[in-house]
Each structure stands twice: as structure tokens, then as C-alpha cells.
Design a protein around this ligand. Structure first.
Ligand SMILES: [Zn+2]
Length: 79
């Protein structure tokens, strides 16, 4: 079970994945270097880990799971 504080809310618009807010620098509406199909693979277990780099502040994050609303990271994103 991944704790809630490791979760990052996302939206899909026009086949692009957006985070509503970057947990590291606070910038809003960040387009993530991730495809909706990759979120499906994270959800289904097709890929176990997917590193992403935030375009706003270049923070590197390892995604380990997802659901319909949240991406789940391997470390806390909120306190
Ligand atoms: Zn950022």
C-alpha cells in the first residue's frame, strides 16, 4: 500500500498528462513527460517503475503506480 503523501494528482488533456501543481517548485499545470498509455501500464503492472523529470525544476521522480486520479511515487511528495 502506497501512502497518500506519495501521490500526485494528474489530468489528461489532449492525450497529454498534466500535474495540477509541481510538488517541488509549486508551478501549476505542468505537462509531464509521460504518455497516458504509460499510466495505464503503471496501473496494470505492465511497467513497475517509470522515472520522470519535471520540466519546470528538473526534479527527478520515480513513479511506481497510478490510479485514475493519482500518480504514485516511491517517496513522499507532501508532508
Ligand atoms: Zn517543479
Amino acid at each position: 500500500m502506497i501512502p497518500f503523501r506519495n501521490s500526485l494528482p494528474y489530468d489528461i488533456q489532449m492525450n497529454e498528462v498534466y500535474a495540477s501543481e509541481c510538488p517541488f517548485c509549486g508551478q501549476s499545470h505542468i505537462r509531464l513527460p509521460l504518455k497516458p498509455s504509460e499510466i495505464e501500464q503503471l496501473r496494470g503492472g505492465g511497467i513497475m517503475k517509470r522515472p520522470i523529470v519535471f520540466p519546470c525544476c528538473h526534479t527527478r521522480l520515480q513513479l511506481v503506480d497510478a490510479d485514475g486520479d493519482y500518480l504514485l511515487a516511491d517517496r513522499p511528495l507532501r508532508s
